[in-house]
Design a protein around this ligand. Sequence first.
Ligand code: AMP
Ligand code: ZN
Length: 138
Amino acid sequence: MIKEDCIFCKIANGQIPSNSIYEDDDFNVILDVSPASRGHALIVPKVHYDNAYGMDETFAAKVFPLAVKMAKAMKKALDCDGINILQNNEEAAGQTVFHFHTHLIPRYKDDEVDVTWKQHASVAEEQIAITKQIKEEL
Ligand code: AMP
Ligand code: ZN
């Protein structure tokens, strides 16, 4: 399904031009318009999903193989030193475009891209409680 007034629906389906580096029946992979680094790309499904939660498992299973294919080609083409593959769900997690997409961010030694977070000590009892809570939802 395509969502009315969704910019990534339009881009993925070619209604708005983009720098597309790969296309198949399910996806367009485009260069990010405001790249974090040289070659920053986005895997964008042609059908609309707000985020990962609404995605069926069959479709979701197509995303990572494509991410791997793209990462291999980008590594060769860009001669980068690493690549972050990441994906944000909901505003609190940094999502700004509410059409599911996966970032491929080439990394270069000493670049100033920031995808880090502060680490905290874990508490054993709390880890056990979290483990139980999540397992109960599966
Ligand atoms: P996120 O914060 O994970 O939702 O990422 C949204 C990404 O989409 C950002 O990196 C934006 O720079 C990028 N973006 C927004 N509009 C466009 C556009 N028209 N074409 C390409 N990339 C876009
Ligand atoms: Zn959309």
